[in-house]
Ligand binder design. Structure first.
Ligand SMILES: C[S@@+](CC[C@H](N)C(=O)[O-])C[C@H]1O[C@@H](n2cnc3c(N)ncnc32)[C@H](O)[C@@H]1O
Length: 394
């Protein structure tokens, strides 16, 4: 966990590492040993009780939440989850603050190096006038203090550096040495399933620090890769990170609901867990913007935490809306994506929603996972849900 994957990666000294290792073990304990108790409780008590009272199984996540939420065991699990999430930032942030002067020096050296090149690797364009959407300013998303966008001074990229380290702590490096599993998995899936498709311009929306944007430069080395986000400190850190890796990504601070790119600028538009962090209205705007930005025949694919097959799985997603400051995670489960996409102009017959395999994570099908969890055994999921459509060819 402490081995830097690139020159900008924040390290941890002995004590910080020990705190982060404790936190990681604490989180794993909650996931592996405490969380499965919810499945057992649901199957053995909540569901039979509900059936007795209403003559049917629970069919909505709300029904599951209301019944499970009364159970002290479920309340304990919720409380541990929330506490561990808050602890992640209270543990990692002081370590990043300590390193900011050194990280800024590294960034400055990268800037100097880029200025001496006749053909710089990537680029960064910030817009201090950009209005941060209210769905970001109203809550610190997943308890990250100040969210993704807060900066206290010019050149402050702490929120981005912190994101890099917390992702590594959260997944214990299982999403790859560059934490690029989502982008790498999707980029490779696109290439394998569309061998003739050769995008010249790619846009990654809601890129944060570009974990998922960078893999597109490897899978499609001839393409120009652009990445947008509303959060300046994440984009700034992401730019230095990509430069340190020598990967050509063009980062730009823009709202995906309304960008400044010309009509038909891209062959491929992707996002990786952006949708659940936007409101329903914003999502409608983003899909319409994707349609405007794609060339005829262009492809749009969004990856997100949707498609749980039963109300219990949907409840687990929705839990984040109630207890982890991810207000739209519940509503996203109810979106009618085929209608949303076709109303924005996408070809109805081209709609697809499927599970793709992760490159790095261990793979186990959801039904096997549910059965194993009920036995108290936890295994990785290793699959991502993707939803996409094409713009008409002419
Ligand atoms: C969960 S993070 C995405 C993670 C990232 N795609 C990755 O693969 O590592 C969600 C990101 O979406 C950004 N975001 C949310 N709404 C946005 C919008 N309307 N336009 C641009 N970015 C947005 C947030 O600032 C945040 O950085």
């Amino acid at each position: 966990m402490n081995k830097p994957a690139h020159d900008m990666f924040p390290e941890a000294n002995h004590d910080e590492l020990s705190q982060q290792a404790f936190l990681r073990s604490f989180m794993m304990h909650i996931y592996e040993k405490v969380m499965p108790g919810n499945d057992v409780l649901y199957q053995s008590k909540i569901k039979p009780q509900f059936e007795k009272e209403f003559g049917r199984e629970p069919v909505t996540r709300k029904e599951v939440r209301e019944a499970l939420g009364k159970e002290p065991y479920n309340q304990m699990w919720s409380s541990l989850m929330r506490t561990s999430q808050e602890m992640m930032y209270s543990t990692v942030r002081p370590s990043i603050e300590r390193q900011m002067p050194a990280l800024k020096q590294k960034a400055s050296a990268l800037k100097d190096e880029a200025n001496t090149k006749s053909n710089p690797v990537g680029s960064l364009s910030l817009d201090p006038e950009l209005e941060i959407p209210s769905y970001h300013t109203h809550a610190d998303i997943h308890c990250k203090p100040g969210g993704y966008h807060t900066k206290t001074h010019d050149g402050d990229f702490l929120a981005g550096a912190e994101f890099d380290r917390t992702v590594m702590v959260y997944f214990h490096g299982k999403t790859g040495p560059l934490a690029d599993d989502m982008g790498l998995s999707l980029a490779r899936w696109i290439k394998e399933n569309n061998p003739e498709f050769d995008p010249a311009a790619i846009l990654d929306m809601g890129c944060t620090i570009g974990h998922s944007s960078v893999p597109y430069t490897d899978v499609y080395p001839d393409a120009e890769v652009h990445a947008i986000d509303v959060a300046a400190p994440c984009l700034e850190y992401g730019h230095y990170r990509a430069e340190a890796l020598g990967k050509p990504v063009h980062f730009s601070q823009q709202n995906a609901e309304k960008t400044n790119y010309a009509d038909g600028s891209f062959d491929l538009i992707v996002s990786h867990i952006l949708m659940h962090e936007t409101s329903h209205k914003a999502l409608e705007n983003i899909i319409a913007e994707c349609h405007r930005l794609l060339k005829p025949g262009g492809l749009m694919i969004h990856m997100d935490v949707v498609g749980a097959p039963d109300p219990f799985g949907q409840y687990l997603c929705e839990w984040n809306a109630h207890y982890n400051n991810e207000p739209y995670m519940g509503g996203l489960q109810d979106e009618d994506f085929p209608t949303l996409f076709s109303e924005a102009g996408f070809v109805k017959d081209s709609f697809f929603m499927e599970q793709i395999e992760s490159v790095h994570l261990p793979k186990t099908m959801p039904e096997v996972m549910a059965a194993k969890r009920a036995e108290g055994v936890v295994i990785g999921i290793g699959y991502y849900t993707i939803i996409g459509s094409r713009k008409a060819a002419s």
